[in-house]
Design a protein around this ligand. Structure first.
Ligand SMILES: NC(=O)c1ccc[n+]([C@@H]2O[C@H](COP(=O)([O-])OP(=O)(O)OC[C@H]3O[C@@H](n4cnc5c(N)ncnc54)[C@H](OP(=O)(O)O)[C@@H]3O)[C@@H](O)[C@H]2O)c1
Length: 251
């Protein structure tokens, strides 16, 4: 049985990916940051499929020094639940957003976006690939904002661009172990991103929908299906790619 680790599995795209993988018979170790209750609800939902197991662990991507302890917790769970010392897939999905114009930029804002969306996934990958099965697969979540200029998203967009470039470098470094590394770039996707801002301020969605060729917001499920396929052997000859999943945003 395949096992996937998904960061930010308590909400949005990570949650949908955890559920999709569960449906496909893949066991899941998902992480949460603030919402343990939501993560546990995802675990219960996945385990309705009696063929798979799921667990939720806390992880703060801004605390890279905690990743070794997190990895040790993962190893313990692998041993006790699955009788394994390795796992197969890693989805670096957890992230934070929110706009900030350059003339108002604080060190705190920069560090939060950078540590969660860039430094975190890199150092987590470093720690977790040491016991990933050879022939495994990694998917990073970047963003279509890396190719566009959303107002106030200069740091977020440029760090997602950096993560996209890093995906190519990582793909090369892990190729000798036949580990594939790819990325998905979501366009505007209706999730809990920005702490529920899309539900609180639905007026911001209208222009995004009008800018999208398929004339609606993306859903977490639009992304989760692509991520699940990217992880699978169907994409066994694909590495170092970053595919936009946006329904044709700003086409
Ligand atoms: N939605 C979009 O329009 C969009 C567009 C482009 C790219 N993306 C990217 O897609 C990914 C998923 O976003 P989403 O839309 O699904 O957002 P979401 O619904 O807000 O989910 C974000 C997830 O990341 C976790 N998280 C937040 N801060 C964290 C931290 N410090 N350490 C560990 N985990 C943390 C959250 O955990 P808790 O909920 O438990 O706190 C949550 O599970 C992100 O990388 C985001 O940048 C989203």
């Amino acid at each position: 049985m395949k096992i996937a680790i998904i960061t930010g599995g308590s909400n949005g795209i990570g949650r949908a990916t955890a559920l999709e993988l569960g449906k496909r018979g893949i066991s899941v170790i998902l992480t949460y940051h603030n919402y343990k209750d939501r993560a546990e609800e995802v675990v219960r939902e996945i385990e309705k499929n009696k063929d798979v197991r799921a667990i939720a662990l806390k992880l703060d991507l801004t605390q890279a020094e905690s990743f070794e302890a997190f990895a040790n917790d993962v190893k313990e769970e692998l041993k006790s639940i699955w009788k394994r010392t390795t796992y197969d897939y890693l989805v670096n999905n957890g992230g934070v957003g929110g706009p900030c114009p350059i003339d108002e930029m604080s060190h705190e804002y920069f560090d939060r976006i950078m540590n969660t969306n860039y430094k975190g996934p890199i150092f987590l990958t470093k720690v977790l690939t040491s016991f990933m099965e050879d022939g495994g697969s990694i998917v990073n979540t970047t963003s279509s904002s890396k190719n566009q200029t959303f107002s106030g998203y200069s740091v977020y967009g440029s760090l997602k661009a950096a993560l996209s470039v890093w995906t190519r470098y990582a793909a090369k470094e892990f190729a000798p172990r036949k580990i594939r590394v790819n990325a998905v770039s979501p366009g505007p996707t209706h999730t809990n991103f920005g702490d529920g801002a899309m539900d609180k301020y639905p007026e911001f969605l209208k222009p995004l929908i009008e800018q999208t060729a398929f004339n609606r917001m993306g859903t977490a499920e639009d992304l989760s299906k692509v991520i699940a396929n990217f992880l699978s052997d169907d994409f066994g000859w694909v590495t170092a790619q970053d595919i936009e999943v946006s329904g044709g945003h700003l086409l």
